[in-house]
Design a protein around this ligand. Sequence first.
Ligand code: XUL
Ligand code: CO
Length: 440
Amino acid sequence: MSEYFKNINKIKFEGRNSTEPLAFKYYDPDQLIGGKTMKEHLKFALSWWHTMGGDGTDMFGVGTADKTWGESDPAARSKAKVDAAFEIMDKLSIDYFCFHDRDLSPEYGSLAETNEKLDEITDYIAEKQNETGKKCLWGTAKCFDHPRYMHGAGTSPSADVFAFTAAQIKKAIEATVKLGGNGYVFWGGREGYETLLNTDMGLELDNMARLMHMAVEYGRSIGFKGDFYIEPKPKEPTKHQYDFDTATVLGFLRKYGLEKDFKMNIEANHATLAQHAFQHELRVARVNGVFGSIDANQGDPLLGWDTDQFPTNIYDAALCMYEVLKAGGFTNGGLNFDAKARRGSFTPEDIFLSYIAGMDTFALGLRIAQKMIDDGRIDQFIADRYSSWTTGIGRDIIDGKAGFAELEKYALAKGEVSSSLSSGRQEMLESYVNNIMFSI
Ligand code: XUL
Ligand code: CO
């Protein structure tokens, strides 16, 4: 096995005063934060598609980075990708990876041959996992790039395409189980529409649910005990994606009785596209008991598309980790860097530099989030703000002891209630966060 990054050594933690670009300043895997190590909290994952396959190709130009891994034959390249991926994970101390079936092995002449070749690669990955202890965070099927999926996959008007999709997902779940993954993601790449003039929305949504029920039934039958995830995204590539945001997906899951088996895989840049804060999406998932996993990246608020940048915004990372800690941490999920170095950051070193930037950002975010909780001022403020619900009429409402008649009687007796309100203190709370963040 050749070494792909000969000039890069294992990345070490050197601390905040280090000026070495190829070193962690904040990510110290074994550092204890609130009783768990950073490594256990953060569960970083490498995204096979961006890191091993993404070469910077965009609508305006060809790739700028060489991701051939020195091989022109597709099968040899798939294998070289595995070696390179494990080298990257080792050097960056990343314990997990995420994949689409076609990132691991491309399509060949027939589905049977494609599946056979995928098996060869997953055998090879399983061997490397045994040697290294690296784990699969989640797998998924790339049911969006081939022309057959031009009108959707699970929501295609063609039953033949639906059948092909089911076959592809069946195999991708098998691959995920074989690699020990505890997550299987549905990102509905082309599950949406361009115009309602040609779309039977009701049938398309029913069919998507049928596909998901089949996936659950099959996954459970072959021993998949982990979580299925839906990754919400409002638009791109279609004008309207069905899995618009967490709240929309929740409605879908509940309508079709899928909420027991599915959680959310929340991506920061998809939240931005839905005009939500990243923290909002995480909060909606958390309070509804469907928080699962995270695609850690960031978008550019000035651009209306999915830029998938490595996350460097500490404020967002801190508020994200605050939600994760409040949710009790990850169980089957983790932080997958669904992120790519900019097209102009095209050298092999940029792979490492961009992961270091993202990992350090989340390490800092974790420390700040834990400090926000330990500090207690924000929690105390919220508890005080809602204290009228712990006794008296508030308690009676919650306990179901007061209905409209009792509340009318209470309100009539009480008179004007504006004096029961106190300031929301937004600016004070924001300054608490700054105070905590900059005294870390
Ligand atoms: C696309 C996206 C996907 C999913 C996996 O916007 O986020 O890469 O994470 O299919
Ligand atoms: Co994603």
